[in-house]
Each structure stands twice: as C-alpha cells, then as structure tokens.
Design a protein around this ligand. Structure first.
Ligand code: SF4
Ligand code: SF4
Length: 413
C-alpha cells in the first residue's frame, strides 16, 4: 500500500513536542496581550448572527469573494492561502498518524496529500515570490513596508523551500515507487543526487528536518505578534461584521441623562469591536486606493486612520500597565486592581482627535463607505469617523468653516 515512514532518519523527534509547547506558550501570551487591548473598549454584542456569520467566513475567506475583486493581488493571496490550507491539512493527517496512532496516512489519502501538498505548496511558493516582487520591486503606493512584512514572507518561503528539499533528499536516498506524485520533490532529487553522496544527503536531511521544524514553531510563536494574525482575525471579523443596513449611523438618544458626552473623543469610548478592527487591518491599502478623498489629494487616508488608532491602542495599553505596576510596587494592590478603568479616565497620552487623527482628515471624509465596501476583512471605518465628528460638533462646537453658516442658519430657525 502506498505510504511512507513518517520520522525516517530522525532520532529524538520527541523534542518537537517540547518545541511545540514553547511555541504554544508564546502564541498564547501574544493572544492574551491583544485580547487585553481589545477589552479596553466598551462591550458590544456581535454574536447576533451565527449562521450568516459562518456563511460570510465561507464566502469571504474560503471563496475569497472580495479578495479576488482585485485580480493581481487577489490571485497572489489565493495562491498563498490555498497552499497554506493544503499544507496544514497534510500536517494534520501526518500528526494523526504519527502521534495519535490513527492509521490513515496511506493509500489514496497518502497519494492525494502528496499531489496536493506539492501542487499547492509550489503555487504558494510562487505566490510568495510574486508578493515580494510586488512589495519590494513594484512598490505600489498603497503598500507601506515594515520589517514584519519581510519577516513574514521570508518565514513562509523558508518553510516551503525546506519542506521541498527534505522531500527531495528522501526521494534521492530511498527508492520511492510513488515519487512521481511528489513531483516537486522529485525535481529536487535530481540535482541533489548529482551533487552529494548518500552520507551527505542523510546529514543534510537531518539538518533540514530540524531547521524546518524550528521554522514551523517560529511561525506559530510569531503568529499573534505579526500580520500572520490576520489568518485568524480576518475570518473572525467577517463573522462579527455589521449586517444592518449600511449608511445608517447609530442614533444618539439626547433624552438619555446618563450620557455625559456625545460622540467619541477617547479610544476607550469605542467598543471592543472597533478596537479589534484596528488589529484586523492587514495594511493592504485597498481602502486607500478606493477613497475619493485620498484620490483627490486630501490628506485623509482610511488605512492610516485605522493604523493610527492601533498605535494609540497599544500606547494606551502600555500606559495603563505601567501605572498599574507602579501602584502595585507601592503596595497599593487594591488600588492597582481598581485603577485600570479609573486611570483611563485620566488618560494624558496623545489625544485621539487632533494629535493622532487630524481634524481635517475627519472632515475630509465624504462618508461614501467605499473604503468599507472594498475592505476584504470588513474593517468598519466610517462609524468611527462619524463618532469623532459628533464629538467635535456636540462637545467642542468645532466644525469646518464651510459648515458654520449652515449650522448658524439652522440654529436661528
Ligand atoms: S467613507 Fe470616507 S474614508 Fe471611506 S472611502 Fe469614503 S471618503 Fe474615504
Ligand atoms: S482597512 Fe481593510 S482595506 Fe484598508 S488597509 Fe486595512 S485591511 Fe486593507
């Protein structure tokens, strides 16, 4: 029956569990830190539409409905996404066989995994090369480059490449009647066999196997600290997306006496979902490319607004943590526990309106919602802008000069 030995040529493979646990701890800590930041926001129920939410994840994540609207980057993303999906599937089947003694890595499933992981792995490798070419050679205006982008691309590329070379070395050393199904590995085997003798191939296999393992664990550990996190957050945001009629801002109840302010001027006045949005954004720049205000030369950039709010969220989280620590060190544990919310009221960091987001940017928005319609992960930009404008008008009496006459006339009438 078609199959292969899972840990061929590898001694002490049990160390992988240790690495896995370390990676999971780092992963868990990263997720915990981000959840804590989102919880700086106000409560909001986004669990109302379970089935429509699942449908949206299928349509917008798995079928790439919005992502493919933009052909070139859409196809590039799809190639990496489906490569990732098939390789995760292959790894899961191998794990079931090797670690849970469920004997399924054989027969047709083995051959299916061999073909799909080679085909989609190769497609993903090409996708990564295209992504790097687009980001660093073509450099479209909508993409800004951070070290995280390079690290992410290099990490995925190295995992895919080492995986293929390991397969090539194995095919070069042990006869494999099903080698043709692993066609990329078979291509790799030809030069490897020509260049190295058997002992060298065996040593290379051990070295690459552990390298591949460490890279895969680094991928897990790095996940919540990087743009890789969007693999999880994107579908979640599609699940939680607003399904009400678009273009209707939340009404203000002016009769509600418990309302101390109108609109929003502080980060913590936004809901957890609004803060979560800032982490979901992958900086793809589609909103920027489709914003009429940005395209007409205004300073407003919807991507930048979301990213700037993200930076402020991190600053707020760090400041609160620092203040809590100082209080705890002074032996005021009780005060420290109560302080997180109280200290926030006295937030003395950068002001959201004015220092983080220029007032002119808020007024430059036409509220056309083109940015939201284009965003592949359903970031909600416009309600944030409207809330900040409301605060400027209702609390600060600050509005653009063009609107002053209209407001005065309304007031008089
Ligand atoms: S709603 Fe505002 S930010 Fe969004 S695309 Fe329209 S003008 Fe730009
Ligand atoms: S808000 Fe959406 S469209 Fe804009 S950069 Fe972020 S992910 Fe892309």
């Amino acid at each position: 029956m078609a199959t292969r030995e899972v840990y061929w040529n590898i001694e002490g493979h049990n160390f992988l569990y240790l690495f896995f646990i370390i990676a999971l701890i780092i992963f868990g800590y990263g997720v915990y830190k981000r959840v804590k930041l989102w919880k700086l926001g106000q409560p909001e129920n986004r669990w109302k539409d379970i089935w429509p939410g699942i449908k949206d994840v299928i349509v917008y994540s798995f079928a790439h409905k919005r992502i493919l609207k933009d052909g070139y980057p859409g196809l590039m993303h799809a190639s990496i996404f489906f490569g990732f999906l098939f390789l995760v599937f292959a790894t899961a089947i191998i794990t079931l066989q090797a670690d849970f003694a469920i004997n399924i890595f054989n027969g047709w499933l083995y051959l299916f995994i061999k073909v799909t992981s080679n085909l989609f792995g190769l497609v993903a490798l090409i996708g990564i090369i295209v992504a790097a070419y687009r980001r660093y050679i073509q450099r479209p205006d909508r993409l800004d480059n951070k070290p995280d982008d390079a690290i992410t691309l290099a990490l995925i590329f190295a995992i895919l490449l080492t995986g293929f070379i390991i397969q090539g070395v194995r095919i070069a050393v042990i006869p494999d009647p099903w080698a043709a199904y692993a066609f990329v590995g078979q291509w790799m085997a030809v030069p490897l066999k020509a260049l190295l003798n058997e002992a060298q191939l065996i040593s290379l296999h051990v070295f690459l196997w552990w390298t591949h393992l460490v890279l895969a664990m680094a991928f897990i550990a790095y996940f919540p600290y990087s743009k890789l996190f969007h693999i999880l957050l994107g579908p979640l945001n599609q699940f939680f997306r607003n399904r009400g009629p678009i273009g209707i801002p939340e009404p203000i109840d002016f009769e509600d006496e418990s309302l101390e302010t109108f609109g929003k001027s502080q980060l913590r006045e936004f809901s957890w979902k609004a803060l979560f949005n800032t982490d979901v954004c992958v900086r793809c720049g589609r909103c920027q490319d489709n914003c009429p205000a940005y395209l007409s030369g205004k300073h407003l950039n919807p991507k930048k607004i979301i990213q700037d709010m993200r930076v402020l969220m991190e600053e707020t989280g760090e400041a609160l943590q620092g203040e809590t620590k100082v209080l705890a060190q002074a032996g005021e544990q009780e005060a420290a526990a109560a302080s997180e919310s109280e200290e926030a009221e006295e937030w003395t960091g950068r002001a959201l309106i004015g220092e983080v987001i220029p007032e002119d940017d808020l007024w430059a928005c036409t509220t056309c919602r083109s940015c939201e319609q284009q965003c592949p992960v359903f970031v909600e930009h416009v309600d944030k802008t409207i809330d900040m404008r409301r605060n400027l008008v209702l609390m600060e009496t600050r509005f653009p000069a063009e609107a002053q006459l209209a407001f005065r006339n309304m007031e008089n009438n």
